[in-house]
Ligand binder design. Structure first.
Ligand code: KG4
Ligand code: ZN
Length: 354
């Protein structure tokens, strides 16, 4: 399976065998192009994808040691994402599939993150599974009945978790990439995660949704002080010590918000007679050291098989697209030249009461 991924600011191609063996995975980051704007500029991203896509595909084939003639099918991340960026991958995938006379399969990028922990493993998937995607653009949980049947059970109502990491890192004047740098600071052996009492959002006693904007604002107030009638409070000075304690306190609250909602989802499902057998995690923030530890803790505390992606498959990549693409193809899914790039989220929400 030759897979392409261009939904945001990484141009990626991979060759995957049997849905799990990654023969090559090439990711060309556009980071330098967007750095001065402190965010991804869609028009710049799509132009850069046009320039990078063919060299990246060529490199993926070369690394895998396969020629185009040996490719059995083409998978492409066609939803959700930046429309101009998605269009480049979809057009390239259609051209390849058409000229080679091979099947084409469109893959949901978020569902592919849920799949990413299956890569390079021979262990079969265990359904029903609870899926978790925590990235720069998405933070949501999914009921995964099979690779072709996923429903969203909860999602962030404001910032994605990675977005909160990146914004807090910016407030703390940490260099890019914000998330990994904040993680590193928080992981310093001298860091104390109880120095700052930051809020953990629960939303209500039963909600499975997430919210990270309150936590983010709370860090801002900690740093700048709170304006108030009697002069308010003043902010803290960012020394090495306060920085690492604030980073650790933020990380503790952010991870807690995730584990609370996972526990709720598992318990609420059990009340309806659904016993999850595995926890499938993916997205850039699953590279976070503390979150990985806490997620693995669900093996013992809830008897779940926890599938965490290898570090190289946490961030956007095409191997996850190829892996899930293979599963979809096996289940009979196939697309044709009418395949569209779709910017909006396509995994449906679970029906109320279901
Ligand atoms: O999955 P991804 O590449 O892009 C989206 O599909 O959104 O995720 C990127 C996000 C960024 O927000 C980045 O800061 C975050 O993942 N991230 C981390 C860590 N590594 C990457 N956040 C916290 N700790 C990390 N170690
Ligand atoms: Zn992603």
């Amino acid at each position: 399976m030759l897979a392409l991924e261009t939904s945001c600011d990484e141009t990626a191609a991979a060759v995957v065998r049997d849905g799990v063996d990654v023969l090559s995975s090439v990711v060309a980051s556009q980071y330098d192009l967007h750095a001065e704007y402190a965010g991804v500029v869609p028009e710049i991203a799509s132009r850069a994808h046009v320039e990078a896509i063919l060299p990246v595909v060529r490199e993926a084939l070369e690394h895998a040691g396969v020629g185009l003639g040996m490719v059995d099918a083409i998978a492409v991340g066609n939803r959700p994402g930046l429309i101009g960026s998605l269009l480049v991958g979809v057009a390239a995938a259609k051209s390849l599939a058409w000229s080679l006379g091979k099947p084409l399969i469109g893959v949901d990028h978020v569902a592919a993150h849920v799949y990413s922990g299956m890569l390079e493993s021979r262990d079969p998937a265990m359904f029903p599974a609870l899926g978790l995607v925590v990235s720069g653009g998405h933070t949501a949980m999914y009921h995964v009945a099979s690779w072709t049947q996923m429903h969203r059970v909860g999602a962030t109502i404001d910032d994605a978790m990675g977005e909160a990491y990146d914004k807090v890192a910016m407030m703390m004047k940490l260099p890019h990439p914000g998330g990994p740098n904040l993680d590193q600071l928080a992981s310093d052996a001298r860091a104390n995660d109880k120095v700052f009492d930051l809020p953990v959002s629960r939303l209500s006693t039963t909600s499975l949704d997430f919210s990270f904007s309150g936590l983010k604002t709370s860090v801002l107030y900690t740093l700048r002080g709170v304006p108030g009638e009697r002069g308010g409070t003043s902010g803290i000075a960012l020394t090495d010590e306060t920085s690492r304690n604030l980073a650790a306190s933020f990380q503790r609250a952010a991870c807690k918000a995730v584990t609370i909602k996972l526990t709720r989802a598992i318990e609420q499902a059990r009340e309806k007679g659904v016993v999850y057998r595995s926890l499938l995690c993916g997205g850039g923030v699953t590279a976070n050291s503390r979150l990985r530890r806490e997620l693995l803790g669900f093996e013992k505390s809830h008897g779940l098989v926890v599938r965490l992606p290898a570090m190289r498959y946490c961030m956007d990549n095409a191997a996850m697209i190829g892996g899930l693409g293979e599963q979809l193809l096996r289940s009979g899914r196939r697309d044709d030249m009418s395949l569209q790039a779709t910017p909006t989220i396509s995994i449906p929400a679970v029906q109320q009461g279901a």
